[in-house]
Design a protein around this ligand. Structure first.
Ligand code: C5P
Length: 230
């Protein structure tokens, strides 16, 4: 299948905690473009496996699950977050759990699962445009994207951000454990053979370690404007 899409795509790839999710949400609001949270699809596959008692080593069953995922993304007028339903059940919060993220990174290393999710991701590229958030958006899913961003930050800074999020939510957390989990996830995402996390050759690289969200957003918008996005 040709990866070429008819509408404009901006891809934002990078490791966990680099600020991709926030930047992509703000970009989609600012430009009025569609949003693809590709990580959610891997998280949903991992959660579906759990619901159906499918082992994470069972490649064939995982491929079937991924190909037939019954998922709905629903934008709500009252909530800023898009609501996510798996087989009719709301799982918006459930898929964000740390253990689901860890299972997602295992499921995401399986090439047949990635292939099963490919056309579903490309279907998000509708008018007027798409902001695609993930690990392989610029390298594999949308190689013809109008603008590719690779957003990074030091592991320590990313762990610190995650720690603060959890503490703000009133969830007890250890910075050491978070840093260790984050390094394990980075290692798996960057060193797998199937679509490893890496910047596309034509990606603009931004390091958000000492940048505010507003500064990152402004930098991406400036690149978009250079490419004719208004
Ligand atoms: O971005 P998020 O943390 O929700 O992604 C969960 C996991 O899904 C990542 O750790 C990564 O292993 C996987 N993923 C991927 N390719 C993508 C998006 C996410 O492999 N495009």
């Amino acid at each position: 299948m040709s990866p070429t899409t008819l509408s404009a795509v901006i891809t934002v790839d990078g490791p966990s905690g680099s600020g991709k999710g926030t930047i992509c949400r703000l970009l989609s609001q600012k430009l009025g473009w569609n949003l693809l949270d590709s990580g959610a699809l891997y998280r949903l596959t991992a959660l579906a496996a759990r619901h159906h008692g499918v082992d994470l080593d069972d490649v064939e069953a995982l491929q079937v699950l991924a190909a037939h995922l019954d998922v709905r993304f629903v934008a709500s007028d009252t909530e800023s977050e898009i609501q996510i339903f798996l087989e009719g059940e709301e799982v918006t919060k459930a898929i964000r759990a740390e253990d689901v993220g860890l299972d997602a990174s295992k499921v995401a290393a399986i090439q047949p699962v990635r292939t099963a999710l490919l056309s579903r991701q490309r279907d998000f590229a509708e008018q007027p445009g798409l902001i695609a958030d993930g690990r392989d958006m610029g390298t594999v899913v949308f190689p013809d994207a109008l603008l590719k961003i690779y957003l990074d930050a030091s592991a320590e800074e990313r762990a610190q951000r995650r720690y603060k999020q959890l503490i703000d939510k009133g969830v007890g957390a250890s910075l050491e454990d978070i840093l260790q989990d984050l390094r394990a996830r980075d290692d798996r995402d960057m060193n797998r053979s199937a679509s490893p996390l890496k910047p596309a050759e034509d990606a603009i690289r931004l390091d958000s370690t000492s940048m505010t969200i507003d500064e990152v957003l402004a930098a991406v918008l400036e690149e978009a404007r250079h490419r004719g996005v208004r």
